[in-house]
Design a protein around this ligand. Structure first.
Ligand SMILES: [Zn+2]
Length: 241
């Protein structure tokens, strides 16, 4: 029995390596960012140092027990790495799933605690939300979050100053697929991705792993990237001091 198990493990190992061949999307390279409170994404800030047809995959609003596992499977099937911006409340509810995301080679940042419209809150409330989400991240991963994405991309001066002070990268976006409508079909999302890619040509793509239609469509969306000749760049951050 033991020999059979070893043999099966060896076959599985070989199959995995073969699975990441040139027919898959794969991850072309990794950029390791400093923990210095920079801000990226041309919808609001400067561009990441990406070449034409290089994209960074990002997923917001998770982890979601229903949908994030499907997203992880689609990424693993294509050997593609992504960055997940997680809500503090979801980190508290699904810490094991959050750790699984990172253990599968992806990176993680925060996306507020309860996804509020920050400009409608007082400065104290905004900073409270940030503190709660940072604490949730640290409780799950044991380190400070390296990055933050604003809910609804709604930035405020007080939050930008607090993030800079804490050396947390602000991760805006270069393109999106507007994937928050529950009725979206895979065809519609693929078409939106196609149009966004043609318009932006490179950059950070915003998607939502908590959104059912996105999780369902992701195998197709990754094929669109591959078919159009796009390369995946993975973002990581320096280890915390
Ligand atoms: Zn969001």
């Amino acid at each position: 029995m033991k020999i059979l198990a070893l043999l099966l493990a060896a076959i599985a190992g070989t199959a995995t390596a073969a699975d990441c061949g040139p027919d898959k999307l794969n991850t072309e390279r990794t950029i390791v960012l400093k923990r210095e409170g920079a801000a990226y994404g041309t919808q609001q800030h400067s561009a990441l140092p990406l070449a034409d047809k290089e994209v960074v995959l990002t997923f917001d609003d998770g982890p979601s027990p229903e949908n994030t596992p499907l997203v992880l499977k689609a990424l693993a099937d294509q050997c593609a790495r992504a960055t997940f911006f997680m809500e503090g409340r979801n980190l508290r509810q699904s810490p094991d799933l959050a750790r699984r995301v990172v253990s599968e080679g992806h990176s993680a940042g925060i996306h507020s605690d309860t996804h509020p419209h920050l400009p409608t809150l007082s400065p104290e409330q905004q900073l409270d939300d940030l503190a709660l989400s940072r604490a949730a991240y640290k409780a799950v991963f044991g380190v400070e979050t390296p990055a933050y994405r604003f809910p609804f991309l709604e930035e405020t001066p007080i939050m930008l100053a607090a993030l800079k002070q804490a050396n947390i990268t602000v991760a805006s976006i270069d393109m999106a697929i507007n994937d928050w409508i529950p009725e979206d079909t895979t065809e519609v999302l693929a078409q939106r991705l196609n149009e966004s890619l043609d318009k932006a040509g490179r950059g950070i793509i915003l998607m939502h792993d908590a959104n059912g239609p996105t999780a369902k469509a992701l195998p197709t969306l990754l094929k669109v990237l591959k078919h159009k000749g796009y390369k995946v760049v993975h973002l990581e951050w320096e280890k915390a001091q």
